[in-house]
Write a protein of this length. Structure first.
Length: 135
């Protein structure tokens, strides 16, 4: 979370928006500028911000994308809170946790979400050895 924007701070009915900024390589910036589509990871990150802790009051997030090469800034990309997505992801995390605790992935029908252990999410995961075997 890079910031919060409070609309109409003088009025009683305040609206608060989350802001996330991303500084990306030129190739990624051009792709986003053409399609306005963001990665699943960024989408999940903003959804996670909207469902945990102090920020559960947020219903809208804006992602601001800046090119590292040219310093161009893409118009903010609006992400609305998606409770179905949040619940689905939390369910997956719960099943993974139970499978690890009980050492029984078959019981919880855990499937790999990525095709290789080289996927960035897998490289950062503390439990990659459970999915892919030893290093």
């Amino acid at each position: 979370l890079d910031g919060l924007y409070v609309a109409n701070p003088q009025m009683n009915a305040q609206k608060v928006y989350g802001i996330e900024t991303k500084s990306v390589k030129d190739y990624t910036y051009k792709k986003i500028a053409k399609t306005s589509e963001i990665s699943d990871i960024w989408y999940g990150q903003t959804q996670a911000y909207m469902c945990w802790g102090t920020f559960t009051m947020l219903d809208i997030f804006y992602i601001i994308v800046k090119s590292r090469h040219s310093s161009d800034i893409h118009r903010p990309i609006r992400i609305a809170r998606n409770d179905k997505y949040i619940n689905r992801r939390l369910n997956v995390l719960y099943r993974i946790h139970r499978a690890i605790v009980e050492d029984d992935p078959e019981k919880y029908n855990i499937e790999k979400e990525h095709e290789t252990k080289g996927a960035s999410e897998c490289r950062l995961c503390d439990y990659k050895e459970r999915c892919w075997g030893s290093k």
